[in-house]
Design a protein around this ligand. Structure first.
Ligand code: ZN
Length: 489
């Protein structure tokens, strides 16, 4: 398939032309959430980034199998394979079954993502549903000599691996440097090196989630699920693997090592990482304790929020930055996004009312070309939105009859806006505001009918009062022979 799409590949640190392994099919894997709490802005950015990629690849004509996992076991409280499982902590605190915690937050995650118009992936596999696949991969890695068992737990041997394969390629780190920055192992540790990571952990008797294995009753290490499940659903090699930049090390570095050790080759052709959301310049995240959940944003229910922001405003705010740039949260930025979004969607809504002429005074072809180029350049949604907003003035002039457009050109213009705004950027008229507008309209009509009744019974005092109060609210009433028209200023 011919396309001009260039992706910045984190592995090679440069923009590369996108070539699918088996066109028209594309295999896309993105790391999903660990479901032990409500989704926040950072989750939204990651999900939206790969939702755009999913939509854009389809727009280019590919058939995409998009796999996004749910981590429901094995993610411990810190990256050194220590502490309790995050889901188990929540389950213990709230006296719930771990799978009750998982279901609860998974449902909420889906609700949030649906509100943001993030398409559901093709497959959403859960770690707990793929224990056998993960055990099979451990056996392969051990057979290849890159893992060892201690007291029923199995660890990946980073030093042994690094002798034959460079470890740290994705993150640009060297084992020697990593070692000097890693806390020395105390005498208690089962690991040979602080860089080694768990493939299987023996469960202590109080651990709620455990499965039998040839090593012990236990559970898989967090990094393992993505290697096992991406291979199962996308094959030993596939096109694109995505995730937040916070997952780059150690999670994705470990994934590469597991695949190379177990299957003899690296799985991923293009690694894509979205950048973080910051808040006053600080990273936002659960581990930093400064996050704002999506529900809090939708409801305006957080000390930092001056108002509520609708899901489409959040989506637009995220897309107004390129996915590899950091994006700083502020009320000012969100309010500006809200205005920009309304301006764009209103313009798109007026496209259908534009009248055509025999000739065109506007240049649609250049806009069309530049929009495509923006997305081809490593999915630059920021630039695309800038171009689409730039075209809003043209749409206004066309609607007012100040510029002219031929039928064919108008079709092209509609196609640009409908396909980029709705299909690829996934923006839509917020339903609740549509509903609210409808109710407002009905209420004003009802009040004007009451005013008419007052006039009919010669109660001019009431009729004037209604008119005055509506004017104070910013609603202009124009009397006509057969009733009244109104307008919100
Ligand atoms: Zn992952």
């Amino acid at each position: 398939m011919i396309n001009n799409f260039h992706i910045y590949n984190t592995l090679t640190r440069k923009k590369e032309p996108f070539e699918a392994l088996n066109p028209p099919k594309v295999g896309l894997y993105a790391c999903g959430p660990t479901v032990y709490g409500d989704a926040h802005l950072g989750h939204a950015r990651q999900a939206i980034t790969f939702d755009i990629l999913f939509r854009y690849l389809q727009h280019l004509g590919y058939k995409v199998r998009y796999v996004r996992n749910i981590t429901d076991v094995g993610h411990l409280e810190n990256d050194a394979d220590e502490g309790e499982d995050k889901i188990q902590v929540k389950a213990r605190l709230e006296s719930l079954e771990p799978m009750e915690v998982v279901q609860h937050y998974m449902n909420r995650y889906h609700m949030n993502m649906d509100a943001l118009n993030v398409l559901r992936p093709s497959i959403e596999p859960r770690a707990s549903g793929h224990i056998i696949e993960q055990q099979e991969l451990i056996v392969k890695i051990m057979d290849a000599g890159y893992a060892y068992e201690v007291n029923g737990s199995v660890y990946f041997d980073v030093n042994a691996y690094n002798e034959t394969h460079p470890y740290g390629q994705l993150s640009g780190r060297k084992v020697e440097d990593l070692l000097s920055n890693t806390r020395a192992l105390d005498g208690q540790s089962e690991k040979k090196s602080g860089l080694d990571f768990a493939l299987w952990k023996k469960a202590d008797p109080l651990h709620i989630m455990q499965w039998p294995s040839k090593w012990s009753d236990g559970y898989p290490g967090w990094h393992l699920e993505c290697s096992a499940m991406s291979t199962k659903y996308l094959g030993e090699q596939f096109d694109i693997h995505g995730g937040g930049i916070d997952l780059l090390f150690p999670h994705h570095e470990c994934e590469i090592a597991q695949n190379v050790a177990g299957y003899g080759k690296a799985a991923v052709r293009y690694w894509m990482h979205n950048n973080m959301i910051t808040i006053g310049g600080q990273k936002m995240g659960r581990s930093f304790g400064n996050f704002i959940t999506l529900d809090q944003l939708f409801e305006g229910d957080h000390a930092l929020l001056e108002q509520a922001y609708g899901p489409m405003t959040i989506r637009f705010f995220i897309l107004q930055a390129h996915y590899r740039s950091t994006l700083d949260f502020s009320n000012e930025a969100l309010k500006a996004s809200e205005k920009g979004l309304i301006r764009l969607l209103n313009a798109v809504a007026t496209l259908d009312s534009i009248k055509t002429s025999d000739t065109s005074s506007v240049d649609v072809a250049t806009l069309e070309e530049r929009c495509s180029q923006a997305m081809e350049d490593d999915m630059n949604t920021a630039k695309l939105i800038g171009l689409l907003l730039g075209g809003v003035n043209i749409i206004h002039k066309l609607a007012e009859g100040k510029e002219s457009i031929a039928e064919k050109e108008l079709e092209k213009l509609k196609n640009i806006y409908f396909s980029w705004v709705y299909s690829v950027l996934g923006l839509e008229q917020p339903e609740e505001s549509g509903k609210a507008n409808e109710i407002t309209g009905d209420l004003i009509t009802m009040i004007l009918n009451l005013r008419n009744d007052a006039k009919s019974s010669r109660d001019f005092e009431t009729a004037d009062r209604i008119r005055k109060e509506l004017t104070n609210m910013g609603i202009t009433v124009k009397d006509r022979k057969d009733g009244a028209d109104w307008e919100i200023n």
